[in-house]
Write a protein that binds this ligand. Structure first.
Ligand SMILES: [Fe+2]
Length: 262
């Protein structure tokens, strides 16, 4: 599997704080069946001003260490950009890292508590530059979690959505869990990723959530969100739009049962 959203690089943001922590996280990921991780450190003005070159250097250093240790996992370059008014200009100026440098997808993070006035405009400008914005964990944005129709409109304009494993499993509260599951059921999610930050707490694991989504919404949805689309992101290929989940009576009954266990 490929984990497309991780804070795996040491001491660039609030993720891994040392090379040792990065290695601990990678070992957890390998045990979970993950063989590639896209490193997506935060880039936020005034807080985490990570430059493209610094991220690429950190990716190369971590990969060298993984080879030395004989750990069978590769780190690919990327970043998680806070939505800021000049984001599209910086992209056009060649300052930003698209996911795995394919030139096709940019991971964009919204604030948790509001939706800036310039959101739709900046996302559209990014698209005009030939890059598809992937909106990171919108289920944790208060406005979007209460108005999923706004998200549906973004998707209608060709954007993609990444939901976080912990949200589906209830680690960010009931609202984020309810929204993430609703979005998956409606076919409005393209990728599920760990958004891992540390070797404990928000860890780089996908398998439990892969199984849960398979039980709740079927193996096809699970495969698209956790295997097919993550691989397509790495290769810069078009993403699959998952179909809305059709649920039979028996599937719904199983879902109620699985929800109790989750
Ligand atoms: Fe993140």
């Amino acid at each position: 599997m490929v984990d497309t959203h991780t804070h795996i690089l040491p001491a660039l943001d609030d993720g891994a704080q040392s090379m040792e922590q990065s290695l601990q996280m990678v070992r957890i990921a390998v045990k979970d069946g993950i063989r590639q991780m896209i490193a997506t450190p935060h880039v936020i003005g005034g807080l985490y001003e990570n430059k493209k070159e610094d991220i690429l250097t950190a990716v190369a250093q971590l990969n060298t260490r993984l080879q030395e240790e004989g750990i069978p996992l590769t780190i690919l370059p990327g970043a998680e950009y806070r939505l800021e008014p000049d984001l599209a200009q910086r992209l056009k100026g060649g300052e930003l890292l698209t996911l795995n440098e394919s030139g096709r997808y940019l991971l964009v993070e919204l604030p948790d508590t509001f939706l800036p006035d310039f959101t739709a405009d900046v996302l559209y400008q990014i698209q005009l530059a030939g890059v598809t914005p992937i909106i990171a964990h919108p289920e944790r944005n208060i406005v979007l979690s209460q108005e999923p129709a706004q998200l549906a409109a973004f998707i209608g304009r060709g954007m993609a959505i990444q939901v976080t494993t912990g949200s589906v499993r209830g680690r960010f509260g009931q609202q984020a869990q309810k929204t993430s599951r609703h979005l998956i059921k409606e076919g409005l999610v393209h990728i599920v990723a760990s958004d891992a930050h540390s070797p404990s707490g928000r860890t780089p694991r996908l398998e439990v959530t892969r199984q849960l989504i398979s039980e709740l919404y079927g193996p096809e949805t699970s495969r698209i969100l956790l295997q097919d689309n993550p691989r397509r992101i790495c290769q810069g290929q078009e993403l699959i739009n998952p179909p809305p989940v059709q649920q039979s009576f028996w599937n719904q009954l199983r879902k109620v049962w699985t929800r109790k266990k989750a």
